[in-house]
Design a protein around this ligand. Structure first.
Ligand SMILES: Cc1ncc(COP(=O)(O)O)c(C=O)c1O
Length: 382
């Protein structure tokens, strides 16, 4: 069944006045997501507290998120951010003398590295896997760093700096063969790529719902593979992490038997409203169709960049990148500003201009961006 992407684009009012190519920073706001937020405000205004329906909404987010990741609801914690989920996971890690190394790729988002560096005061030892000059990290580099002392390998799916996608199944194979677990930060791929966490084989995964998942800031998830849940007892906890929330016990900590044990306090209810609406929209299109649509757009953009003599620094094959395509720029922040003057919203990291595509973008967006880049080439191309 073919998807009417032009009709879907009309659900995102920002395109009436801007060319928005910045989903790696924040997804565009859909009318349905705005309405969901307004519904929550209305409920508060009219009813005060509606805890029954609000908890149902929070469980709905878990169920929708499980569909997106193709995992079970019991394997998911709904958290306030990707960092919150990873901190809860870190609090459950026991570092012994035999296995205390955390192997961290140099493609990580700061939080995903900082949280593991913070565990050094609890006995962890961090080792980094460097990026090559082209921004990628080969599987061989991981093989050199992972050994029998490795407790955890921390990898990102799509690098926020340059758009490069790591070879997750190959890295997982190496890690597992040496007895290490794998945490995947899939924040920059979830919602844009068709994910199946069981098939990828990772042990843990974290992300948030404000980018390609179309929700809002203030809500994220942590996936923990079912067989591992009971092995990990977080000390970062709270009443929503307990086996029976309604118990209200103050004489013990009894973690849930599911990944909910990695949660803490009251769920971010308003964010659950936004997230549920975003996830429903995403699932109604299907992540396979979305990935295909994005691949078409990134391929088109890369081809047009090549034609104007400013080739992407992001890997040359779509198998090695996701929705984010970068070009090297002498003054990337200045270039973002020039583009903004033309109504084109992008972002920058390091010396890279980031253009990130979602199903609501189209080839006209690419052409608008290319038209400005063509005129800015001599001033900004690095
Ligand atoms: C790849 C990646 N990981 C982690 C984060 C941080 O997530 P949070 O702020 O939800 O902890 C971001 C935020 O942009 C990100 O892009």
């Amino acid at each position: 069944m073919s998807v009417d992407f032009q009709a879907l684009r009309r659900q995102f009012p920002i395109f009436e006045h801007k060319t928005y190519i910045n989903s790696c920073a924040y997804g565009a706001l859909a009318v349905g997501v705005q309405e969901a937020i307004e519904q929550y405000v209305q409920e508060r205004r009219m009813e005060g507290a509606l805890w029954g329906p609000w908890i149902t909404k929070y469980e709905q987010v878990r169920a929708l998120m499980a569909q997106v990741l193709r995992v079970t609801t019991g394997e998911l914690a709904i958290t306030a951010s990707a960092s919150a989920g990873m901190n809860a996971l870190a609090s459950a890690q026991v570092f012994n003398r035999e296995r205390n190394t955390i192997v961290i790729s140099d493609c990580e988002f700061p939080t995903t590295a900082q949280i593991w560096h913070a565990q050094q005061s609890r006995g962890a030892h961090c080792v980094h896997v460097p990026r090559a000059a082209d921004g990628t990290i080969s599987v061989e580099r991981f093989a050199e760093c992972i050994d029998e002392t490795t407790a955890l390998v921390v990898i990102t799916h799509v690098c926020f700096r340059n758009g490069v996608m790591l070879d997750i199944p190959a890295i997982v194979n190496i890690a597992h063969a040496r007895g290490a677990k794998v945490l995947l930060d899939c924040y920059q791929s979830v919602g844009a790529l068709d994910l199946d966490l069981h098939a990828l084989g990772v042990d843990f995964a974290a992300g948030g719902m404000l980018k390609y998942l179309l929700g809002t800031a203030g809500i994220g998830f942590l996936y923990v593979r079912e067989q591992l849940i009971k092995e990990f007892v977080p000390t970062h906890t709270g009443w929503f992490a307990q086996a029976v929330i309604e118990d209200m016990a103050i004489d013990r900590n009894e973690p849930a038997q599911t990944a909910r044990r990695f949660e803490a306090g009251t769920p971010p209810v308003i964010n659950c409203y936004a997230a549920a609406a975003g996830l429903q929209l995403l699932l109604s299109i299907g992540t396979r169709s979305i990935e295909e649509r994005i691949r078409g757009l990134t391929e088109h953009y890369r081809m047009r960049l090549h034609e104007i003599g400013w080739p992407a620094v992001t890997a040359s094959s779509t198998a090695r990148h996701g929705p984010l395509v970068c070009v090297a720029a002498r003054n990337a922040a200045g270039l973002v500003e020039v583009l903004a003057e033309h109504g084109i919203v992008t972002s920058q990291r390091d010396d890279h201009l980031r253009a990130s595509f979602h199903f609501y973008n189209n080839e006209d967006d690419v052409e608008q961006l290319i038209a400005v880049l063509r005129t800015e080439h001599s001033a900004h191309a690095a």
